[in-house]
Design a protein around this ligand. Structure first.
Ligand code: IPD
Length: 269
C-alpha cells in the first residue's frame, strides 16, 4: 500500500527534533573547528555531519529501503539497498551554516520526503527558537499548530522580499546587479541566511515573497512545500516548477509583479 504523507511527516518531525537538539549541543565544539567546502566562504562543521548521520541512521532504522539526498553525504540508500518503491528524502542537516558559526539565531534542520518525484511531506525546525514549520501535500502548512496563509500584500512597493546568495563569486556579482535594480522598487530586502527559513517566513507572511538563484534541492524541498501549502506559487522564474536555477515563492497576487520586476532587473532564469 502507498505510504501516507502524514506517516512520513511524523518520522521526519521526530528525526528533525533529535537532530536539532544535537546541533544545539555541538555548537561550541563545532565552531572551534570550522572547515570550508565549495569555496572559502562555504563553511561545514562537524555538527553538519553529525546531524546528517543522526537523520540517516534514523531513516535506516525506520525505512531501510529508502534513499537520501543529503547536503553533506550526497545521494545514497539509507540502508544496504534501495527498495523499488523507495521514498527519496532530501536533507539539509544545518541550513544557515554561516549563521550557526556566528551564533546568529537563524539556522535550521530541513527534511522532506519525495514520492515518485513529488515532495509530499516536509519539516523545517529553527534550532535556536524551536519554531517548527510542517506541511503535507494537500494537508496545508502549519507552524506549531497554526495554519499558514502567506502574505496579503499585493503591491510590489509594499513587499518585503527575502533573498540569498550562493557562495560562488560570479553568481554573487550577478545577484548584486539584480538587487541594484530591484531594491528601489520594493519595501526592502532581507537576507536571513537560511533559504529553508526564508521559505517558511514567506509561508507565514513574515516575508511577502522570496527569490534566490542557485538553490540546491535540500535547501528548498521542505520549505517549498510549506510555501506551496500556504497558498504561495513556488516556481522558477517563468512559472515552471522550481528547479536548480531561479526559485520564486510569492502569493498569487504578488507573483506576477515580482516576476516582472526580476525580469526588468536582468535576472537570469
Ligand atoms: C545556504 C543558505 C543560504 C542560501 C545559500 C545556501 P547552507 O545553505 O540556505 O541562505 O543563500 O544558497 O547554500 O550552506 O547554510 O546549508
Amino acid at each position: 500500500a502507498a505510504v501516507e504523507p502524514t506517516e512520513l511527516l511524523d518520522l521526519a518531525v521526530d528525526l528533525v527534533r533529535r537532530a536539532a537538539v544535537l546541533v544545539g549541543e555541538q555548537r561550541a565544539a563545532a565552531v572551534a573547528s570550522v572547515e570550508t567546502k565549495s569555496t572559502p566562504t562555504d563553511p561545514v562543521t562537524a555538527a553538519d555531519r553529525a546531524s546528517e548521520q543522526l537523520v540517516v541512521e534514523g531513516l535506516a532504522a525506520a525505512r531501510p529501503g529508502d534513499l537520501v539526498l543529503g547536503e553533506e553525504g550526497g545521494f545514497r540508500p539509507v540502508g544496504a539497498e534501495a527498495a523499488p518503491d523507495a521514498v527519496r528524502w532530501l536533507l539539509d542537516p544545518i541550513d544557515g551554516t554561516v549563521n550557526f558559526v556566528y551564533g546568529i539565531p537563524a539556522y535550521a534542520v530541513s527534511l522532506a520526503a519525495e514520492v515518485d518525484g513529488v515532495v509530499v511531506a516536509g519539516v523545517v525546525r529553527n534550532v535556536v527558537t524551536g519554531e517548527e514549520w510542517t506541511a503535507t501535500r494537500g494537508g496545508g502548512a502549519w507552524r506549531d499548530g497554526v495554519r499558514l496563509n502567506g502574505s496579503a500584500v499585493t503591491a510590489l512597493g509594499s513587499a518585503l522580499v527575502g533573498t540569498g546568495f550562493g557562495y560562488a563569486a560570479q553568481r554573487r556579482r550577478e545577484q548584486a546587479e539584480v538587487l541594484l535594480r530591484l531594491l528601489p522598487e520594493i519595501r526592502d530586502i532581507r537576507r536571513i541566511g537560511s533559504a529553508a527559513l526564508d521559505l517558511c517566513a514567506a509561508a507565514e507572511g513574515r516575508l511577502d515573497a522570496f527569490f534566490e538563484r542557485g538553490l540546491s534541492p535540500w535547501d528548498r524541498a521542505a520549505g517549498g512545500l510549506i510555501a506551496e501549502e500556504a497558498g504561495l506559487l513556488f516556481t522558477g522564474l517563468h512559472g515552471q516548477p522550481a528547479g536548480d536555477e531561479m526559485t520564486l515563492a510569492a502569493p498569487p497576487a504578488l507573483h506576477p509583479a515580482l516576476h516582472d520586476a526580476l525580469i526588468a532587473a536582468g535576472a537570469q532564469p
